[in-house]
Write a protein that binds this ligand. Structure first.
Ligand SMILES: Cc1ncc(COP(=O)(O)O)c(C=O)c1O
Length: 397
């Protein structure tokens, strides 16, 4: 897959969003010929209906499920909302209501899971949060001791968007199933970074997002295992087998289906990206002082590196790197702009100062060794300058 690239800049923020696949970029105007409504019986509906069918088939093949087990949504946040609220509300009206009211989530979930859990707790759910350790690893003893016949839903991500830590999903699914709980997995950070096999994982539902894998914003998907019933978030027409009403975003779904074809290369591509990330970390640790890699000893996504750069303010560093044409992040993209340190890093036991000195680098398929080397040179220069300024300010004070 060829991916859009600005030769003047270095993009290292792929966990926030990815650049576009060039094939998608070039095909969109032609794809707009399918402007019809997929529900129309006349000719204008036939093209879009076919696009939906093809895209569903392609994505299903890439993540190993049946096409009818996929619901197209607007993205990862909607998929997480649909899974958790949809299940909870469905169960409110079923025999589960009296018996099961307990939800378990990890302490490092994305806000589209944590905020839903908080909302559901206001609706009467009992929510427990599974702690993680300094390496970002889940406390399996806490998990086991809090799973019970009351547990309705467990929601744990495949991999963390800030540190890349990968969770032992298969093991956790077995434990949840042993007490009859539903296991939802936010797998938004998995596409293109790891081999995704929802059947092997054993999860009951899983969220995906097209813009995290070189596609357009506006299309995501929720895998829901056959037989699992959900209340829709959006009531209305019969689209998506009555689980998500509304005329479909055919263009973004078309793109999502097209890029999913490239997922067959994921093993090879993710390996190359891992080598680059390891080269990046090795150079930084060798050539810079007072830098730590967060969760370095954990099983991590090969593209992600979360650094603590002592004595440097993350936001200031981000802005200085931006001025040099480098895009990085200090935490989840949706929380940047907020002066609060990342809740994920705090949950892992980092101090506020460490969290505020953190930088997240997330690489993609199109990054090169030359870019990584150029980036490390820029980072070294900027960090030395910022540390000097901050020590001069301290001297004056
Ligand atoms: C782990 C995780 N879940 C969910 C989302 C939300 O996805 P979207 O931006 O498609 O709504 C993100 C986005 O950053 C994410 O990283």
């Amino acid at each position: 897959m060829n991916i859009f690239k600005d030769p003047e800049r270095i993009y290292l923020d792929h966990n926030a969003t990815t650049p576009l696949s060039i094939a998608v970029r070039e095909a969109t105007s032609e794809w707009l010929n399918d402007w019809g409504n997929a529900s129309s019986i006349h000719w204008t509906g036939r093209g879009p209906k076919n696009v939906l069918r093809q895209a569903r088939k392609q994505l299903a093949q890439s993540i190993n499920c049946h096409p009818l087990e996929l619901i197209f949504t607007s993205g990862g946040s909607e998929s997480n909302n649909l899974a958790l609220k949809g299940l909870y509300f469905h169960r409110l009206f079923s025999e589960f209501a009296e018996k099961r009211n307990h939800i378990l989530i990890s302490a490092v979930e994305h806000p589209s899971v944590t905020q839903v859990a908080q909302f559901l707790s206001r609706m009467g759910a009992e929510v427990d949060v599974i702690p993680v350790d300094r390496e970002g690893q889940i406390d399996l003893e806490f998990y086991e001791s809090h799973l019970s016949e009351q547990t309705s839903i467990v929601s744990v991500m495949y991999a963390n968007n800030e540190t890349g830590t990968i969770f032992p999903i298969e093991k956790m699914v077995k434990m949840a199933h042993a007490v009859g709980a539903h296991f939802h997995c936010d797998a938004v950070q998995s596409l293109g970074k790891a081999v995704v096999d929802v059947k092997k994982w054993g999860v009951d539902s899983a969220s995906f997002s097209g813009h995290k894998f070189y596609s357009l914003k506006g299309a995501g998907a929720l895998y829901v295992k056959k037989g699992v019933a959900l209340e829709p978030l959006i009531h209305g027409g019969a689209q998506e087998r009555r689980r998500r009403a509304g005329t479909e975003n055919i263009l973004a779904i078309h793109a999502f289906g097209e890029v999913s074809k490239s997922l067959e290369l994921v093993d090879q591509k993710a390996g190359l990206v891992r080598d680059l990330r390891n080269h990046l970390e090795a150079r930084i640790l060798d050539e810079m002082d007072h830098v730590k890699v967060t969760a370095k000893e954990s099983k991590r996504l090969g593209n992600t590196s979360s650094l603590v750069l002592e004595g440097v303010d993350g936001e200031t560093l981000l802005m200085n790197l931006d001025m040099k044409g480098v895009s990085v992040s200090t935490g989840a993209a949706c929380s940047s702009g907020s002066p609060e340190p990342s809740p994920v890093l705090l949950a892992m036991g980092l101090s506020r100062a460490e969290a505020q000195s953190s930088l997240r680098l997330s690489l993609g398929w199109e990054n090169t060794k030359e870019e990584i080397d150029r980036f490390v040179d820029i980072l070294k220069e900027v960090v030395v300058r910022l540390r000097r300024i901050s020590s001069e300010v301290k001297d004056v004070q």
